[in-house]
Design a protein around this ligand. Sequence first.
Ligand code: NIG
Ligand code: FE
Length: 421
Amino acid sequence: MTADLLLTHFNQVFCPKDLGHPLFGEEMKEAQVLENGYIAVKDGKILAVGSGEPDASLIGPDTKIQSYEGKIATPGLIDCHTHLVYGGSREHEFAKKLAGVPYLEILAQGGGILSTVRATREASFDTLYDKSKRLLDYMLLHGVTTVEAKSGYGLDWETEKRQLDVVGALDHDHEIDLVSTFMAAHAVPPEYKGRSQEYLELIVEEMLPRVKAENLAEFCDIFCEKGVFTADESRYLLSKAKEMGFKLRIHADEIESIGGVDVAAELGATSAEHLMMATDEGIRKMAEAKVIGNLLPATTFSLMEDTYAPARKMLEAGMAITLTTDSNPGSCPTANLQFVMQLGCFMMRLTPVEVLNAVTINAAYSVNRQDKIGSFDTGKQADITILDAKNIDYPLYFFATNLTHQVYKAGKLVVDQGRIV
Ligand code: NIG
Ligand code: FE
């Protein structure tokens, strides 16, 4: 079969292995790295990859051939944990943070997430759409082709739905594919202060059924944290969500370890997020239950903490991990997944291969899109990130600079030399 598009002469092509499950522990060390590689695309899908000169059978009269000396290619990068849609911004809290006021203290004072809730409730659909689209543009320019996006700055039905509608509209309109997560349990809304169980009942009885009926989200998430929701409350919400057919995520062990990880393991959550304070016992449970650890080192950086999630311990215990931005207005104001990947190396001592596996094949499993993306297996969508680098180590080593040269989404050129085309 001949290709529509043939990208040739990459210095290296990074090919993660799709073993039919996320890469666990030692498996994350492995990948196929094609020297002098090519990628053949047909009908927006991967037709073949290989080393050296492409087979003549791939080339027909209409095949467009493009050469990439001095560049590398990876499957389109996947940002599998973001709080994409919100009103306002929070730089007014920066001085407090710099002076050492803790994140949970700012939240307890009615700031933090609750400040963004006020701004999001006031923001129209169009305002939220435009702001989120801009963030997606930044992400695409950094080589990201799929993004998970959570609600959770409404904490009332009307605003939560508006956030989810923005995600749906942008999934349709933007080149980036979006995966939607319902997270009304991101904080206790001011109207329910001191009545968190009642708020969770409202979510369970009224919001979740509507999200399901209108097919607004695939995952359900909760912030299990001291001063926010307890492990028992998280268990209550997520078990109900599971009964209704949602896949599960949980923000756990971010600032304090209060049992969210046990809930994730018990209920078979797809992933547990953050895990900065994960204990040895928690790691063992997640490894056993095959809960993916979504790690967010730029959040640790931005919170100015020095406890990065114990990624190496997790791999030794046989866990599958991903790296992701957490892009949000408070604990991690960034859209740059490449910087997160570099923190994975510099602060967590992951290797470039482990990091690249984390943001491609493992991130695909984490957003339940493994059949479509995350590797260059024949038949997968031709989402391709091309970096200005001669080998796969370089983009992890040369930090805080956007090295994206081009991005293809489903075989279509969508970023070319720093611009969206
Ligand atoms: O993942 N931890 C809870 N939620 C976000 C922060 C959101 C915010 O501060 O606005 C997080 O860190
Ligand atoms: Fe988060």
